[in-house]
Write a protein that binds this ligand. Structure first.
Ligand SMILES: Nc1ccn([C@@H]2O[C@H](COP(=O)(O)OP(=O)(O)OP(=O)(O)O)[C@@H](O)[C@H]2O)c(=O)n1
Ligand SMILES: C[C@](O)(CO)[C@H](O)COP(=O)(O)O
Length: 239
């Protein structure tokens, strides 16, 4: 046996590695919950714990970093496999930018993959995360989970429908969104705080992220009514 194979040292994790980054520093103002929505009790646990449970069940991830607001101690006692960074920013994009910097500071390489996932999408499943990873690992750019539009699409900026827009080729962006750390950090720095997801920043660099079929159940809890639906789905999965 070759001498380097005769050591007791654990095998090195294959490179590039995969990391999850969970932005968890929002206020949840549209949800109007008593606490920031990511901590709202849901099916017996704070909402974000369902999200994290899904990521903990994906063995290919080398790390899961949760980006919370400065001064937010709600998750401080979470142990492995999670780590916490108090690096939340004013916007989701700023939180993600700060989180990427934290990952880098904790040893992630520029060519490692990062899966950014909203804390507020607590119905994500390990199978969906794996589907995205399988689709993107061999891809030059990376990609995102997304859902083709199922309904007729109206343009109605003043609450009256002015036009019906073509829906062919239109998708609803979900998360996770998976890109190389270095490319994503550069893209977000260039794009600034205005972008609402990682893929928009990547698109602005002239790249075309892969659209990977998500699930209608992987919705983002945004409005007050979303909580009852999420609770029912989580309970049905627990049964
Ligand atoms: N400054 C921010 C804003 C949002 N998020 C996170 O980004 C995800 C998606 O954002 P969104 O649903 O818009 O959450 P909020 O900003 O909390 O909601 P609202 O816009 O209703 O206040 C959430 O997990 C949220 O915690 C974040 O980490 N930092
Ligand atoms: C990232 C996202 O969930 C993809 O749909 C979405 O853009 C977040 O948007 P929000 O305005 O922060 O709710």
């Amino acid at each position: 046996m070759a001498p380097e194979l005769m050591t007791d040292a654990p095998p090195l994790a294959p490179r590039p590695r995969l990391h999850a980054l969970i932005p968890c520093a929002g206020q949840g103002s549209r949800a109007r919950t008593a606490v920031p929505k990511q901590y709202q009790p849901l099916a017996g646990r704070p909402l974000v714990m369902h999200t994290l449970g899904a990521f903990a069940a994906v063995p290919r991830l080398a790390s899961v970093l949760v980006a919370v607001a400065p001064g937010d101690s709600a998750l401080d006692t979470l142990g492995a496999p999670f780590s916490i960074a108090h690096c939340g920013g004013e916007t989701r994009a700023a939180t993600v930018c700060n989180g990427l910097r934290e990952l880098r500071g904790r040893g992630a390489a520029l060519d490692d993959w990062v899966l950014v996932h909203d804390a507020a999408r607590c119905l994500v499943t390990p199978a969906l995360v794996d589907r995205l990873i399988d689709a993107c690992l061999g891809d030059e750019v990376g990609g995102l989970l997304a859902q083709p539009l199922a309904d007729t699409l109206k343009h109605g900026p003043q609450g009256r429908s002015q036009a019906t827009l073509p829906r062919e080729g239109r998708w609803l962006a979900q998360t996770p969104q998976m890109f190389r750390l270095g490319v994503l950090a550069r893209a977000l720095e260039r794009a600034g705080d205005g972008v609402t997801d990682e893929a928009s920043a990547i698109e602005a660099m002239g790249l075309q992220p892969l659209l990977v079929a998500g699930s209608p159940q992987n919705f983002k809890l945004t409005w007050p009514d979303d909580f009852a639906l999420a609770e029912a789905l989580l309970r049905s999965r627990q049964a």
